[in-house]
Design a protein around this ligand. Structure first.
Ligand code: PHE
Length: 449
């Protein structure tokens, strides 16, 4: 099996691919809106705390497990702990990947629509109210949201069919740095808008009176979602990393890059939210009604809007391919279906589920379960429950089921960073699992802090 497996060809390729998975709609669309719904600065601090305490060590753990086993997420557990129930963690990851891929594609479809609107110069001359209406008219439809979602899934599947190094590595290497530059340009325009200070304060000044048990769970869920953790994406990508790579610095670089992009997106969005009188808790539409306003206020706005949305689509693609890859690696390696067949079949299945999400702001907006639309439910269950729970199980697996020596060798190969490994191992064995368990108990109301 090992000889035939595809792998990344360079160190930068590995970082680019993992960063490509991490950086996506989670940073630019989800982070600002969830932060806005959860009161701003306090959420941000807790989020950062989780990235450092849980995110980075868990990313390192997932990379290590995947690289040690050289298999898909399910196969990794089966290989490292034969004849146990652990491979079920892999199955849970495949289920989460399906759910996320479905609603992710719906939102990515909105970015395709907005790319087209940018081409047509349709933001020009519209005030914030009109831009809001434009968004509302689009998402409440029953045709285009579905069509764009399907087009996006088609693109995702086509890239995954091409294979890991040819498909994934090539696209991410060049485009992520360009995205970073555009966001910085947006930031400069946003913080020079009249009233920008209020937005920066909202983002960076913690107001702990706004905290609820659910805020903490939302921050944890966002950290997992943004770093692509808890479901086997990074295990699967780890399996394509060669033995010489130093995983500690890879995991840290990827997590930092991801966090940087999220913060920079926040710095673009919140000043604009206050400058244009938009509600910070506007929800999933926040980015779509905020950014077009900024583009209108800047020289070359037409041009910047266009490149921004094209890059956002690409950032979404490099994440969605990593979601689909989890499913495809599982079906092709464990059930021995050809990669091509596995990809197209999974794409179609995600498309069927995706219709529910794509219509959640239109014809299906009143169809709810536990007070949530299909879109909200798929997002909540996967991001806030399945990913952190998967993460909890992975830390337990790495800390208690595998031998310490196996983890040690896996993390740094032969090179050995004694001290750092000790810190890491302590976190993964004690701090991280306890923290995740606390957050769960707290949001269930069993334990209050
Ligand atoms: N991390 C991706 C983003 O921020 C989404 C994702 C989640 C990808 C889970 C893979 C696994 O957009």
């Amino acid at each position: 099996m090992q000889g035939k497996r595809d792998s990344f060809t360079s160190r930068f390729g590995v970082i680019a691919a993992a960063a490509g998975s991490a950086i996506g709609l989670g940073n630019i669309w989800r982070f600002p809106y969830v932060l806005g719904e959860n009161g701003g600065g306090a959420f941000f601090l807790i989020y950062l705390f989780f990235i450092v305490l849980i995110g980075i060590p868990l990313m390192l753990t997932e990379m290590t497990l995947g690289r040690s086993a050289q298999r898909n997420a399910f196969g990794t557990f089966k290989f490292l702990a034969p004849k146990t129930g652990w491979p079920l963690v892999g199955i849970m990851g495949v289920a989460a990947a399906f759910m996320i891929l479905s609603f992710y594609s719906a939102v990515a479809g909105w970015t395709l629509e907005y790319t087209l609107q940018a081409v047509r110069n349709n933001f020009a001359g519209k005030n914030p109210v009109e831009l809001n209406t434009m968004y509302g008219d689009f998402v409440s439809g029953s045709f285009w949201p579905v069509v764009w979602m399907l087009i996006f899934l088609f693109l995702t599947s086509a890239i995954v069919v091409a294979g890991v190094s040819k498909g994934i590595e090539k696209y991410t290497k060049i485009l992520m740095p360009v995205l970073l530059v555009i966001i910085i340009i947006l930031d400069i325009r946003a913080i020079t808008l009249p009233g920008a200070g209020e937005g920066l304060e909202f983002l960076f000044k913690p107001d702990f009176s706004k905290l609820t048990g659910n805020t903490v769970l939302e921050a944890l869920g966002q950290a997992f979602f943004s770093l692509s953790l808890g479901m086997g994406t990074i295990i699967t990508y780890g399996s394509y990393i060669n033995r010489k790579e130093r995983l500690m610095s890879t995991a840290a670089s990827v997590s930092l890059a991801d966090t940087l992009i999220a913060v920079l997106a926040g710095v673009a969005i919140f000043p604009a939210v206050f400058a244009f009188n938009i509600e910070p808790d506007a929800g999933p539409k926040l980015v779509f009604i905020t950014l077009p306003n900024i583009f209108q206020q800047m020289p070359g706005g037409y041009f910047f809007a266009l490149i921004f949305f094209v890059l956002l689509v690409i950032a979404a693609l490099t994440s969605s391919i990593s979601l689909l890859e989890v499913i495809v690696a599982y079906f092709s390696e464990e059930l021995k279906i050809s990669r091509k067949k596995a990809t197209w079949l999974s794409g179609i299945a995600a498309g069927i589920l995706g219709v529910l999400s794509a219509l959640s702001y239109g014809p299906l907006k009143d169809v709810t379960l536990f007070g949530k639309t299909a879109f909200e439910l798929l997002d909540y269950v996967s991001s806030n429950i399945l990913l952190p729970f998967g993460g909890l199980l992975i830390t337990i697996f790495a800390g208690y089921i595998l031998k310490k020596a196996v983890m040690k060798k896996g993390v740094e190969g032969e090179s050995g960073h004694e001290k750092l490994f000790k810190v890491y191992y302590f976190i993964i064995k004690f701090l991280a699992p306890v923290a995740i368990a606390f957050v769960f108990l707290n949001s269930l109301g069993i334990l209050k802090f």
